[in-house]
Write a protein that binds this ligand. Structure first.
Ligand SMILES: Cc1cc2nc3c(=O)[nH]c(=O)nc-3n(C[C@H](O)[C@H](O)[C@H](O)COP(=O)(O)OP(=O)(O)OC[C@H]3O[C@@H](n4cnc5c(N)ncnc54)[C@H](O)[C@@H]3O)c2cc1C
Length: 356
């Protein structure tokens, strides 16, 4: 029995593990033509890293850093290095990873593999369509079944990549005076357009917008617009009853001035969160606690980061089956905390994704 398991330690399977030591050496597969699978840290849920009856290639010994360019923030490393090792190397040099999962004990190979979870079904649908294209009379039923899946996956992939980019992007230091009511109105339009483009009917949802048109906030427009849009999208999705249906409920947006702050409250009467879910979601780690049907798990962490970059705060109150209220506070003038965005490029920079 191999000692190589997945995070849940189940199932236990027989597999022949052949360790990799040097990246230039040929794979130790002479005479074997069965199924072969790479193994990182075994932190994947389920059996993604198990290969019953086949050969497993543990990669942990392939943990060397190959090159580092401090000007570009570009690190080349072997696939078996863990995010913890990358952080131990790059943090003292003033760099941080643009995106991190909920555990740092995963290998680079295992982390990159995650995108394959989206790409693999895409490939299989594309292969089905290709085989139909070769038929004299393509089967309309097959096309009708597979093309929507293909489009759905492509949208998902595009959204995911955009979210990753938005999360990693540093907030510019420029601030312009913006009408809060204008930002909320535009964010609501963006979000309603997003649902309309997917033919999702939001008519059961009542929107109550009470934002005085006297509140002006000094912000970098796009990141704050993005933050409000994400929070509204989450509020709407909390009322989903299925992939395309929503139940009756409300999304209420209110704003007020409290001393030197603009306070914006986004409250829904949706599914709400249990205390455990609330605790997890308040860590603002992308990809965690994805309770939504259309989400990548980046929306709230992006909003939190963009608000924090403005010296603001984001607080969450939620009760299961009652709803969630997000309270965003934005300073009306420059704040000491706001220097975060100015300092980040010089103190802690993010490593860049490499080009092949
Ligand atoms: C506590 C915890 C928190 C987590 N939080 C998050 C999170 O916030 N966001 C998120 O997205 N995920 C999260 N995960 C999931 C985790 O990031 C993934 O499962 C990741 O793939 C695990 O990496 P690993 O090195 O352990 O890979 P393994 O579990 O060993 O392998 C995972 C898959 O990657 C493949 N693979 C591994 N190395 C290579 C390689 N060199 N070349 C090709 N394929 C390879 C394997 O064949 C397998 O299919 C979390 C997991 C845990 C346990």
């Amino acid at each position: 029995m191999s000692a190589y398991q997945s995070w849940g330690r189940y199932p236990r399977v027989e597999q022949d593990a052949r360790l990799l030591y040097w990246r230039h050496q040929p794979l130790p597969l002479a005479g074997f033509d069965g199924p072969v699978l790479a193994y990182g840290q075994g932190r994947s849920y389920g059996d993604a890293c198990l290969n019953a009856g086949g050969v497993l290639l543990p990669t942990r010994r392939l943990d060397h850093f190959i090159a580092f360019d401090p000007q570009e923030g570009l690190l080349r490393a072997e696939a078996g290095a863990t995010l913890a090792e990358v952080l131990a190397f790059c943090l003292p040099r003033g760099f941080f990873l643009p995106v991190t999962p909920g555990t740092r004990y995963v290998t680079l190979g295992g982390a990159v593999h995650e995108l394959r979870g989206v790409l693999t079904p895409l490939l299989s649908v594309a292969e089905t369509l290709q085989s139909q294209a070769g038929e004299a009379a393509p089967d309309g039923r097959v096309l009708r079944r597979h093309l929507p899946r293909l489009l759905d996956r492509l949208h998902l992939l595009r959204d995911l990549l955009e979210d990753m980019r938005d999360f990693a992007q540093v907030t510019p230091r420029e601030r312009t005076p913006e009408l809060l009511a204008g930002l909320v109105g535009e964010a609501l339009h963006l979000v309603q357009d997003w649902f309309a483009a997917r033919h999702l009917d939001l008519s059961p949802i009542r929107f109550e917008i009470q934002v005085p048109d006297t509140i002006i906030v000094p912000v970098c427009r796009l990141p704050v617009l993005m933050a409000i849009r994400n929070l509204l999208k989450n509020a709407i999705e909390s009322l989903a009853t299925g992939p395309t249906t929503f139940r009756a409920g409300s999304v209420r947006v209110r704003a007020a001035l409290v001393e030197a702050w603009a306070v914006l409250e986004i409250a829904d009467t949706g599914a709400g969160l249990s205390p455990d879910e609330l605790a997890e979601i308040q860590e603002f780690v992308p990809g965690r606690c994805s309770l939504k049907l259309h989400g990548s798990g980046f929306g709230l962490p992006i909003a939190h980061r963009k608000i924090r970059d403005h010296g603001g705060h984001l607080a969450i109150a939620s009760a299961l089956d009652e709803g969630t209220t997000i309270t965003v506070t934005l300073p009306l003038g420059p704040q000491e905390d706001d220097s975060y965005a100015d300092q980040r490029p010089t103190t802690v920079r993010t490593l860049r994704p490499g080009r092949r």
